[in-house]
Design a protein around this ligand. Structure first.
Ligand code: CP
Length: 306
């Protein structure tokens, strides 16, 4: 079975192919009748051990628009609460013969482990601070639709890179397609060895944003900071929050992106989040199209392959 566990496993032409497939699904998603039947008779299970609004909702809609039966496993009300393990939970659902499992888990590597055990395709919907591949694909689709390409664009990824699976997947994808990737963050929120991922590192927003084509903000993940350094919100916004003045250092046509959920007034001001350069809502729309493309690409017998 084919899985999508991370961007690390994909070649540039495979990424481009997924983006092309997703582009076609954007048109489907804008029709009055959004329903296709390619996944008629197939079963998709969404298994989310961590909270989600965008990813879970868009995977559910993607599966339904393709004609699949989609089941959302409610982990909060499941036997996980009685102590059942991740693998036992997954094997129980696997016994019901799904065709695809969509999994989010708080531990890096948990989704890959599960993929080795089950008898169906698995898509990583976010595993700890490791990867969130469909987020990187929807971000790339959004950028490509506005800029026409990814190659040679300067993309500044700003904020809590340390805890961000979104940043990791985006760095891998953007580098694979030939973008110039910068990260802008305080040292305390950068992983050791980040330069080895092929990025330029800045600790000052105005320098890091200078002439950028895309400004990608990250959520300050305070829930992952227990016991370690937790910056004061006011100080963080002052130095690293995106406001109109800091944004003015990027190119005038720079896109402002955020994967959501946003902390308004922490990493981004409302003025910028809701402003003319923001494509944040469009990112959400692209999420459905990208997930439709990925599910179809992974499932055998649908005529499109990765
Ligand atoms: N961007 C993203 O993964 O959002 P959710 O956590 O709401 O799914």
């Amino acid at each position: 079975h084919r899985h999508l566990l991370g961007m690390a496993n994909l070649l540039p032409h495979e990424i481009e192919q997924l983006l092309d497939l997703a582009e076609a699904e954007v048109e489907v998603s804008r029709r009055r009748d959004k329903k296709k039947s390619v996944l008629k008779g197939r079963t998709q299970i969404n298994l989310f051990f961590e909270a989600s609004t965008r990813t879970q909702a868009s995977f559910e809609l993607a599966g339904k628009r393709l004609g699949a039966d989609v089941m959302n496993m409610s982990v909060a009300n499941s036997s996980v609460k009685k102590g059942e393990t991740l693998l036992d939970t997954a094997m129980t659902l696997n016994a019901m013969r799904p065709d695809v499992l969509i999994v989010r888990h708080h531990a890096a590597g948990a989704v890959a482990l599960l993929a080795q055990k089950v008898g169906c395709s698995v898509i990583n919907a976010g595993d700890g601070a490791h990867e969130h591949p469909t987020q990187a694909l929807l971000d790339a689709l959004t950028i490509r639709r506005h800029k026409g390409r990814i190659a040679r664009l300067t993309v500044a990824i700003c904020g809590d890179v340390l805890h961000s699976r979104v940043a990791r997947s985006n760095i891998l994808l953007l580098n694979a397609l030939g973008a110039r990737v910068r990260v802008v963050a305080p040292s305390t929120l950068l992983p050791a060895g980040i330069r080895q991922m092929g990025v330029e590192v800045f600790r000052d927003m105005r320098e890091g944003l200078k002439d950028a084509d895309v400004v990608m903000m990250l959520r300050l993940q305070r829930e992952r900071m227990a016991g370690s350094f937790v910056p004061s919100v006011r100080e963080y916004f002052h130095y690293f929050g995106l406001d109109a003045e800091k944004l003015s250092h990027a190119r005038p046509d720079a896109l402002v992106m955020h994967p959501g959920p946003m902390n308004r007034g922490v990493e981004i001001s409302s003025e910028v989040a809701d402003g003319p350069q923001s494509v944040i809502e469009e990112q959400v729309e692209m999420g459905v199209a990208v997930r439709m493309a990925v599910i179809q690409a992974l499932l055998p017998g649908l005529g499109s392959n990765l």
